[in-house]
Design a protein around this ligand. Structure first.
Ligand code: FES
Length: 106
């Protein structure tokens, strides 16, 4: 697999409004896309604490709060921001190709 084959189109650019988070699939992988001040970021969507979708939570600036127990992550870096979170969440590289949002799942 070469580098270009690792990029997967997951959304159109205008499907992620500024200040919002949406759930998408990259193959089998659940991914959350965030639009923070017009830039798109991606993390795995399932919380590292238990089974909840971060895309069902609340994006406040660049902080995503899990809907289940209120754990918080920095959406740009995936860093967990304290209890009950003990593991950071994985981020995915994002690029814009025309009107498409692509993530790299390599
Ligand atoms: S499942 Fe996300 S904080 Fe518990």
């Amino acid at each position: 697999m070469n580098d270009s084959e690792k990029w997967i189109t997951v959304a159109t650019r205008d499907s992620v409004d500024v200040g919002s988070v949406v759930a998408v699939k990259a193959g089998e992988l659940d991914v959350a896309l965030y639009n923070i001040d017009g830039e798109i970021y991606a993390t795995h969507n399932i919380c590292t604490h238990a089974h909840a979708y971060l895309s069902d939570g609340w994006l406040d600036g660049d902080i995503i709060e899990c809907p289940l127990h209120g754990g918080r992550f920095a959406a740009k870096t995936g860093k967990g921001l304290g209890a009950p979170i003990t593991c950071d969440i994985k981020t995915l590289p994002v690029r814009i190709e025309g009107d498409s949002v692509q993530v790299n799942i390599a």
